[in-house]
Design a binder for this molecule. Structure first.
Ligand code: B12
Length: 399
C-alpha cells in the first residue's frame, strides 16, 4: 500500500502538472494588508511584538505571526508563501544588523525583493545601526517610546499597494515556485478570475476541525512529520484558518506552533475568514482548487476553532474529515449536540493524558456506534513525540 502510494507520488514529481491561472485584479476593492511578524533566532523577547500584533489586527491588518526563535530561512519562506507585503521583526538579542541584513539578502536571492522589511527592538538597536540597516534596504526601524499609532500609520502608508502584482502566466510545464503559487492563492482569495488546466491528477484532501484548544495545529504538525518521513519526494500543503469576523484585521497564528511544517516540502498558507462564519473562508474551495492543480500530494485544511453547530466541510470540499476533541467537553449531554460527531469520518480524542480521557473516549465511542456509520475513534497525545495514536491517525488518513 505504502509502496503504491510512494510510486504515485514519485511519478507526479517527475511529471509536474500543467497549470495556468488568469488572474485579473479588481484593484478598486479594499483588501487587508498582509504582514508577517516574527522574533529572530536565539531571541525569546516576544512581549513587544505580541502587543504590536494586537494593535495591527485592531486597526484592520492581517498579521501572520511566526513566533519567536525563528531562522532567516523560516521567516523568508513564510513571508513568500503567505504573500506578505512586508516582514516586521522584533529583535532584542543584539544580532539585529546581521539578521535584518540576511533577511534582505535571502528575500532577493529567492526573487522576493518586493517584500518590505521593518522592525524595532527597544534600546538594543542604536541610531547608527538603524542608519546602516536603512542603507541596506530596511524600510524603517522604530525606537523605544514610539506610539503604536505611528507604526500602524507607517504600515498603512508604506505597504498600501503590492509592489509586484500577479497577472497570469506560470509556465504550463513548470512546477510552481512558492512565490508564484502564493500569488495565485491571493488571486483566489480575492475573487479574481482563475482558469486551471489539467485536473486529472488526484490530490488527497483532509479537513481537520474541532473546538479551539483541542490541539488541531499540533496534530497537523505531527501528521506533517509523518508525511515527510514516509514520502521522501511528496509535497504537502496546509491551509489554515483563523477568524476575522469583527473588522478586517486577523491574527493568523497557526504557524507559530508549527515545527515540522517549516520544511521546504511543505507549503503553508493562512487564511482569515473575512466575515464568513462556520469555520472556513468563502475562498477556501477556490484556494483548494489552486493547491490541487499545483500537484500537492496531500492538502490539509484546518478550520478555525468551531462550536457545536458547525459543519465546516461541504460534502465535496475534502475527501476525509477529522474532528479533534479534547476530553473536557463537559457532560455526556453535550456530546449529543455536536453536529460534527455525526459527520466526521474520524474522531480524535486528543490530550489523552488529561484526567477523564478514558471516560471521554468511552462516551464518544458509544455515540459513534449509535450513528452506525463506521466512523473511527482514535485516541492521541499529539504533544508526545512518536505518539502511537498519531501513527494510527496517519495510517487512517493515508489509507
Ligand atoms: C521584558 C524583558 C525581558 C523579558 C521578556 C519577556 C518577553 N516574553 O518578551 C524577560 C524577563 C523574559 C527577559 C529575558 C531576557 N532578557 Co530581556 N529584557 C526585557 C526588557 C526589560 C524590555 C523589552 C520589552 O519588551 N520592552 C517593551 C517594548 C514594547 O518596548 P520597546 O522595547 O521600547 O520597543 C519599542 C520599539 O522598539 C518598537 N518595537 C519593538 N519591536 C518591534 C517590532 C516591530 C515590527 C515594530 C514595528 C516595532 C517594534 O515598539 C516599542 C514601541 O515603543 C529589555 C530592556 C529594555 N528596556 O529594552 C531587556 C533586554 C532586551 N533583555 C536582555 C537580556 C540580556 C535578557 C536575557 C538574555 C537575560 C538572561 N541572562 O536570562 C533573557 C533572554 C530571554 C530570551 N529567551 O531571549 C538585554 C539584551 C541585551 C543585548 N541585546 O545586548 C536587555 C536590553 C536588558 C539589558 N539592558 O541588558 N527580558
Amino acid at each position: 500500500m505504502k509502496a503504491e502510494s510512494n510510486r504515485r507520488i514519485e511519478s507526479r514529481a517527475t511529471h509536474p502538472p500543467s497549470l495556468r491561472f488568469d488572474a485579473t485584479s479588481h484593484a478598486t476593492r479594499s483588501r487587508p494588508i498582509r504582514l508577517l511578524t516574527a522574533v529572530p533566532i536565539c531571541d525569546g523577547h516576544d512581549s513587544a511584538i505580541s502587543t504590536i500584533n494586537l494593535e495591527f489586527v485592531r486597526r484592520g491588518l492581517e498579521v501572520v505571526y511566526l513566533g519567536y526563535h525563528r531562522s532567516v530561512r523560516d521567516v523568508v519562506r513564510a513571508a513568500i508563501q503567505e504573500d506578505a507585503r512586508a516582514i516586521g521583526l522584533s529583535s532584542y538579542n543584539g544580532g539585529h544588523v546581521e539578521f535584518f541584513s540576511e533577511v534582505l539578502r535571502e528575500l532577493k536571492r529567492r526573487g522576493a525583493g518586493d517584500i518590505g522589511v521593518f522592525g524595532g527592538g527597544g534600546g538594543t538597536i542604536t541610531a547608527d545601526d538603524a542608519k546602516l540597516l536603512k542603507r541596506r534596504g530596511v524600510d524603517e526601524i522604530f525606537f523605544a517610546g514610539t506610539p503604536l499609532d505611528a507604526m500602524v500609520n507607517f504600515v498603512k502608508r508604506k505597504y498600501a499597494t503590492a509592489k509586484k502584482t500577479f497577472h497570469a502566466a506560470t509556465s504550463p510545464s513548470a512546477r510552481l515556485a512558492d512565490g508564484a503559487l502564493a500569488k495565485c492563492l491571493t488571486a483566489a482569495e480575492n475573487g479574481d478570475r482563475l482558469s486551471t488546466l489539467n485536473s486529472e491528477l488526484s490530490t488527497r484532501t483532509l479537513g481537520v476541525t474541532g473546538p479551539g484548544g483541542a490541539g488541531k495545529t499540533t496534530l497537523i504538525d505531527e501528521l506533517a512529520l509523518r508525511f515527510l518521513s514516509t514520502h521522501p519526494a511528496g509535497r504537502l500543503a496546509v491551509l489554515s484558518h483563523d477568524p476575522s469576523l469583527v473588522g478586517d484585521g486577523a491574527l493568523l497564528g497557526d504557524r507559530a506552533t508549527m515545527i515540522y511544517a517549516q520544511d521546504d516540502r511543505v507549503f503553508m498558507r493562512s487564511l482569515a475568514t473575512r466575515g464568513h462564519a462556520g469555520g472556513v473562508s468563502r475562498a477556501t474551495a477556490r484556494c483548494l482548487d489552486v493547491l490541487r492543480h499545483a500537484g500537492f500530494d496531500l492538502v490539509i485544511v484546518e478550520t478555525v476553532g468551531v462550536g457545536q453547530e458547525a459543519l465546516p466541510f461541504r460534502r465535496d470540499l475534502v475527501d476525509k474529515t477529522v474532528l479533534v476533541m479534547s476530553p473536557d467537553y463537559g457532560s455526556r449531554l453535550q456530546l449529543q449536540k455536536i453536529a460534527m460527531l455525526d459527520a466526521a469520518d474520524l474522531v480524535v480524542v486528543n490530550k489523552s493524558d488529561l484526567p477523564g480521557a478514558k471516560t471521554a473516549a468511552a462516551e464518544i465511542r458509544q455515540r459513534l456506534e449509535h450513528n452506525q456509520r463506521g466512523q473511527r475513534l482514535i485516541v492521541t497525545m499529539a504533544k508526545r513525540h512518536r505518539d502511537p495514536g498519531v501513527d494510527n491517525l496517519f495510517r487512517e488518513v493515508m489509507s
